[in-house]
Design a binder for this molecule. Structure first.
Ligand code: PLP
Length: 373
């Protein structure tokens, strides 16, 4: 699928069949008629927005959800007809272009609506109202503000209310107290409207997979599990269908050397060999998203776990090898080799973070190579 020649052996392999599998599985699980919004913000969580969107649409997603105007425009160039929703804040100045490009925006402020009303553009602009039921991020927080906003939009000649949504802060946790409090508030908001908008949506991945199926409403926002990852350790134990991870990360050994006991490796001489050892160098470093915190993480060679040692450099890092492998030997940082697998979840644990962050921060210097049968 990819014609560009890449010289450096470091690459992310994106399995588009896995994306399709995950969307297909979800489609079977959802209540009939519920639309799937493929959340492809942040370059599809680092997987590649255009290609992931194609796979998701092919498998049945009917809306693409992104975070910014730039992300929406990038996808609109490739897909003229699909609905695109920007979930995040958009400056007033983007409204006319959004209308021309049929990009749906999120609104939560009457001020914003009043400013848009002063602009001149002729296409109607579709909007989804965002209500804040406990996330504390964007969205109107009380019934009165919702009434005002709703009526301003209905009165506006420029805007059309197409949807309303909220976002849950704790859907991936076992304790449902806070979650149910948010559900109650959302239901109150919905009941207060004179007319229910076309698309009511609330479910992120965790909600759609492990919570009450009525919370699927008219559409669900499928993010992390479209990429084959569970939103949390708790949700991982309750998944209604198996997920297939889509992201692998590979490179090759570019140097192998034997060092004597007492010899140190890398910046700060932070690792010192305690016995005669083989040290391998791989061409990937923190400028590729392999942050220094990952030092000590294992990678795979011939199905064997091998640790990253010393400090990770900007463009390279070093491995402690069990034997003197040949240069050019394949190294899998994320993915499977023989019976062993190193998951994104394992990297997240090593980095004291969540799996979402791991592929997102693999930088654009690492080419994404797309695989499908
Ligand atoms: C990112 C995002 C999602 C997707 O969340 P996942 O946990 O990846 O499913 C859904 N809704 C909103 C508003 C988001 O910002």
């Amino acid at each position: 699928m990819q014609n560009i020649k890449h010289f450096r052996p470091t690459k992310a392999i994106i399995n588009l069949d896995a994306i399709k599998h995950n969307v297909n599985q979800l489609k079977e699980y959802l209540n009939p008629g519920v639309q799937i919004m493929a959340v492809v913000k942040a370059n599809a969580y680092g997987h590649g927005d255009i290609e992931v969107a194609a796979a998701a649409i092919e498998a049945g997603a009917t809306v693409l959800a992104v975070a910014t105007p730039e992300e929406a425009l990038h996808l609109r160039e490739a897909y003229r007809d699909i609905d695109i929703l920007i979930l995040g804040y958009v400056p007033v100045s983007f409204a006319p272009l959004a209308a021309v490009e049929n990009i749906t925006l999120t609104v939560f402020s009457t001020d914003w609506v009043e400013q848009v009303n002063t602009l001149t553009f002729k296409h109607p602009l579709k909007v989804h109202i965002k209500v804040d039921t406990g996330m504390g991020r964007i969205g109107v927080t009380n019934l009165e503000d919702l009434q005002n906003l709703y009526h301003e939009i209905v009165l506006s000649e420029k805007l059309l209310v197409d949807g309303i949504f909220t976002h849950f802060a704790t859907a991936d946790e076992e304790d449902e107290t806070y979650f149910l409090h948010q559900v109650t508030k959302f239901e109150e908001f919905l009941r207060s409207l004179p007319k229910r908008p076309r698309l009511v949506h609330a479910a992120n991945t965790a909600t759609m997979l492990v919570k009450d199926q009525t919370l699927q409403y008219d559409a669900v926002r499928f993010g992390i599990s479209m990429y084959g990852l569970a939103p949390s350790a708790y949700v991982k134990t309750k998944l209604p269908f198996p997920l297939q991870p889509a992201f692998s990360l590979e490179t090759e050994l570019i140097e192998v050397k034997e060092v004597q006991a007492g010899q140190s490796i890398g910046y700060g001489a932070a690792f010192t060999a305690s016995e005669p050892s083989f040290i391998g160098t791989i061409p990937i470093g923190y400028a590729d998203g392999l942050i220094r915190k990952y030092s000590g993480q294992h990678v795979l060679i011939d199905g064997v776990r091998v640790p990253i040692i010393g400090r990770i450099c900007m463009d390279q890092c070093m491995l402690l090898l069990p034997i003197a492998y040949n240069i050019g030997k394949k190294v899998t940082l994320i993915g499977k080799q023989e019976d062993e697998e190193i998951t994104i979840d394992e990297w997240a644990k090593k980095g004291d973070t969540i799996n979402y962050e791991v592929p997102c921060i693999i930088t654009s210097r690492v080419p994404r190579i797309y695989y499908k049968k």
